[in-house]
Design a protein around this ligand. Structure first.
Ligand code: SF4
Ligand code: FES
Length: 271
């Protein structure tokens, strides 16, 4: 039997699943779980296609569809995030919610679906949360001020392979927020460290490296995320398998910047 067949819990026959979905009108209204039964679910459907089917069914019955976000549906935009059966992004390791397939679930199984739970990510409606604190952390880093001049030859600035690999690994972060949702402290350290590292490792990111880490860590603290205590749930939940080593890198960058900071850069934040 192939690995693929082994991981398939259901046959090609359509199945019925029971869904326990968090419904919440807005940030100020109390939410609750609603139970739905959904027929005609194919094992080859993606999880979001199953949600589309649920919403068609609810609409036909005159019930408001479940609000959720999605864009790329191929694991690169980070918008589709939710908890599935208590796991950030569901049962598939190294995959976003949109990359989960219904063959992971059994006929008649109850699937619990709920939004990220973190004070810094208020619920907008149902499964949709406000991830704008992440945008503000990135904005705090500013843009690169390096003058690049006319088109440089691709090989004129050589980047050592280990640095390029590290930058690429960090740049894989899709800003989904699973790291915050999975962390008992709701820390945004994995996200922030990935964003800081991916620029810090490349020549274009060097000139404002210190200012960037100080500002981004300060903004992270302002947004109300908790502090990292090295629990490691973030890297287990991350669909891009970003390692907590980047948090250590962020702390080194931050410490070096604090030691060298110029008077105008003096600011708080501990990472
Ligand atoms: S570090 Fe991973 S879990 Fe956190 S936002 Fe980036 S991709 Fe999502
Ligand atoms: S919809 Fe883009 S990562 Fe899932």
């Amino acid at each position: 039997m192939s690995n693929h067949a082994k991981s398939t819990k259901t046959s090609s026959k359509n199945m019925t699943v029971k869904l326990k979905v968090w419904r919440q009108k807005d940030a100020k209204t109390e939410g609750k779980f609603e139970n739905y039964s959904l027929d005609g679910v194919s094992a080859s459907m993606s999880f979001l296609e199953m949600m589309d089917l649920l919403n068609e069914d609810l609409t036909k019955k005159g019930i408001a569809p479940v609000e959720f976000q999605s864009d790329c549906r191929e694991g690169i935009c980070g918008t589709c995030s939710c908890f599935i059966n208590g796991q950030a992004h569901g049962p598939e390791r190294g995959a976003a919610t949109c990359q989960v397939y219904m063959r992971k679930f059994a006929e008649g199984e109850t699937i619990v679906i709920e939004p990220w739970r973190a004070a810094a990510f208020p619920i907008i409606r149902d499964l949709v949360i406000d991830r704008s604190p992440f945008d503000r952390i990135i904005a705090a880093g500013g843009y690169t001020g390096a003058k690049t001049g006319p088109h440089a030859d691709a090989n004129s600035i050589l980047v050592p392979k280990p640095d390029a690999d590290k930058a690429m690994d960090a740049a894989a972060c899709i800003g989904c927020g699973a790291c915050v949702a999975a962390c008992p402290n709701s820390s945004a350290s994995l996200f922030t460290s990935a964003k800081i590292t991916h620029l810090a490792m490349l020549p274009q990111g060097h000139p404002l490296r210190e200012r960037r880490v100080l500002r981004m860590v300060e903004q992270m603290d302002k947004e109300g995320f908790g502090h990292c205590t090295n629990i490691g749930e973030c890297q287990s939940a991350c669909p891009k398998e970003i390692k907590i080593d980047f948090i250590a890198q962020m702390r080194r960058e931050y410490l070096a910047a604090v030691v060298n900071q110029r008077p105008e850069s003096k600011s708080g934040g501990s990472g």
